[in-house]
Design a protein around this ligand. Structure first.
Ligand SMILES: [Zn+2]
Length: 395
């Protein structure tokens, strides 16, 4: 890689929403996008503004049409009509694409990341041109039946991404320094935002998902790997280490099964879908799907129940560690491997209670049950964020 790119290792340095305190006007616009329709009184409380300041800040946003006054409702005790603020009803659509080693998964969403169309394309190889072709095909397929064209695209990968554009390194695609955003923008003709998949998932949860009313919380994702992230003071934390999966190999059970790196009982070995399936194969000799293993455990099959219970205890330990070390009490779980919680919730909660100081605030656990689809939704969310940032950048 050319040395001229060295300073790019400060992640997404061009991206103001992640590195500086938000201007009050941007905070206001964002609150209306996330929570609208929202009453002015509620905005005053959320943003700690005075009424004259709210009026001053909202004027350029209303004038430019970024926000609008929604239909009149009556509220409060004085019976005066109050018009809540909202974003304009427009049919703008966004495409989110999550890349795995074998497939590009796409979802089309509205401007609040509500998904309404899905598609996927196999990746016959990892050549950049093959991946770009697959995404362009998805774009064409999902674009053709709507009345409005797709206004922006988000693409996510399990690896390090620079400036929302260049894939710096992704092990599973064997890519280094690939300008995926540039190649796709040229091909598709709309803005493209490339992002680390874990960060995108957290951004999506924070703006449009179960984290939209939470300021400080940890996120644990379970699927092909185990991911860990943090939202602190309403900002998704990102550093140079984002995308290296530092939370994936935390030791959770001495003497547990072994991960591909050789750790015994690390988070990957205890919790990933593949590891659970491997453990089940070893004891049953059968090739069981993750859901079949959970169902077997639910019905009391002793061998499968032991595997799931062990995963549940490890998960309880992970959640407690995350909350204790990050000093948060809210933890959000997402991904296709959170099913152990449905089957063995008592085990998770028992270990969680054991490993949390009784003087500490009890942990509030929130589980997103979207499953694998949450990854593509996160990709759509970062496309929406880019579009939103651009719409208010000149105000
Ligand atoms: Zn490991």
């Amino acid at each position: 890689m050319p040395t001229a790119n060295k300073e790019d290792h400060s992640v997404s340095s061009s991206d103001s929403r992640r590195h500086h305190a938000l201007s009050p006007m941007v905070s206001l616009a964002r609150a209306v996008l996330i929570h609208g329709p929202i009453q002015r009184g509620e905005l005053l409380r959320r943003l700690q503004l005075t009424p004259p300041t709210l009026t001053r800040l909202s004027k350029p946003l209303l004038d430019s049409g970024v926000i609008v006054e929604a239909g009149e409702t009556f509220s409060g005790t004085v019976g005066r009509p109050a018009k809540p603020l909202d974003i304009p009803r427009n049919p703008r659509r966004f495409l989110g694409v999550k890349l795995t080693s074998e497939t590009a998964f796409g979802v089309v969403s509205d401007q609040r990341a509500r998904a309404f169309a899905w598609g996927d394309r196999a990746l016959p190889s990892h050549d950049v041109s093959v991946v770009v072709d697959a995404i362009a095909e998805l774009f064409a397929e999902l674009n053709h039946d709507g009345t409005e064209a797709i206004a922006g695209v988000g693409v996510t990968v399990g690896g390090r991404v620079l400036n929302n554009r260049v894939v710096d390194s992704v092990r599973f695609l064997e890519w280094t320094s690939v300008d995926l955003g540039g190649a796709l923008e040229e091909r598709l003709g709309v803005p493209v935002t490339v992002e680390n998949d874990l960060i995108a998932l957290i951004e999506g949860e924070h703006w449009f998902g179960l984290g939209r009313n939470m300021r400080d919380f940890a996120v644990i994702t379970i699927g092909a790997g185990v991911g860990y992230g943090l939202v602190w003071d309403d900002v998704v934390i990102r550093t140079e280490a984002t995308g290296i999966e530092l939370g994936g190999h935390l030791p959770l059970e001495p003497g547990g099964p072994r991960c591909f790196r050789g750790h015994y009982g690390c988070a990957t070995a205890m919790l990933t879908v593949e590891s659970i399936r491997n453990q089940a194969r070893e004891v049953t000799g059968e090739e069981l799907q993750y859901e079949q293993i959970l169902e077997g455990a639910r019905q009391g099959d002793p061998a499968l129940k032991e595997i799931v219970d062990r995963a549940a205890r490890a998960l309880g330990r992970y959640i407690a560690l995350a909350a204790n070390l990050a000093m948060v009490h809210e933890v959000l779980l997402a991904g296709e491997g959170t099913g152990v919680l449905d089957v063995a919730r008592d085990e998770v909660m028992r270990v969680l209670a054991e490993e949390r100081d009784p003087d500490a605030r009890p942990i509030s656990l929130v589980v997103d049950e979207t499953g694998f689809g949450i990854w593509a939704k996160g990709a759509a969310a970062v496309a929406i964020q880019t579009s939103f940032d651009r719409s208010i950048a000149g105000l």
